[in-house]
Write a protein that binds this ligand. Structure first.
Ligand code: GTP
Ligand code: MG
Length: 178
């Protein structure tokens, strides 16, 4: 059995990565957050799948590309966060996907698309995001959530855990080795 799960959040600046982590931990929306949250470890007994879970934040302002690649290679699952009211952050999803995929050619990593700030819009971003989901393999699922009203926050981290513990596809692709 796996001994722990490492979840990495990436995405454009200001989409709410740090807020999502803080909302999960404190069960309320933080008015102010640092650029990057400290790595947190959720003990096994309070996670749905009973596995210690590390949650790792990323901030372009505080970290180099090299540090990002290192985190990508260590992660067991990557949440690509965008903001449902920000078209540019949605377009950036593909770029981040390709970057993560190139780092992880041999041992694939499941990815989850996370549309944050659902409190700000009335319509869903699914129509825009579905083509991206269908285009790329390894995208496990997508979820819309809001750090502000705590909608789907615990679900998001549960899906991430589940993607690691119960993968739906093969994560090792020998034909791509070489
Ligand atoms: P960087 O660290 O710069 O990459 O940004 P980030 O992705 O960590 O975003 P951060 O958590 O700092 O949030 C950016 C802004 O969006 C802050 O003003 C948050 O209060 C706001 N915000 C975050 N989540 C939500 C949300 O679900 N709804 C709304 N309305 N605002 C949010
Ligand atoms: Mg941040």
């Amino acid at each position: 059995m796996r001994k722990d799960v490492r979840i990495l959040l990436v995405g454009e600046p200001k989409v709410g990565k740090t807020s999502l982590i803080m909302s999960l931990v404190s069960e309320e929306f933080p008015d102010e957050v640092p650029l990057r949250a400290e790595e947190i470890t959720i003990p096994a007994d309070v996670t749905p799948e009973r596995v210690p879970t590390h949650i790792v934040d990323y901030s372009e302002a505080e970290q180099s590309d090299e540090q990002l690649y290192q985190e990508i290679s260590k992660a067991n699952v990557i949440c690509i966060v965008y903001s449902v009211n920000n078209k540019k952050s949605i377009e950036k999803v593909s770029v981040i996907y390709i970057c993560a995929h190139n780092e992880r050619l041999y041992y694939r990593v499941p990815l989850i698309l996370v549309g944050n700030k659902s409190d700000l819009v009335e319509h869903s971003s699914m129509e825009t995001i579905l083509p991206i989901m269908n285009q790329y393999q390894d995208i496990e699922t997508c979820v819309e959530c809001s750090a502000k009203n705590l909608k789907n926050i615990s679900e998001l981290f549960y899906y991430a855990q589940k993607a690691v513990l119960h993968p739906t596809g093969p994560l090792y692709c020998p034909e791509e080795k070489e």
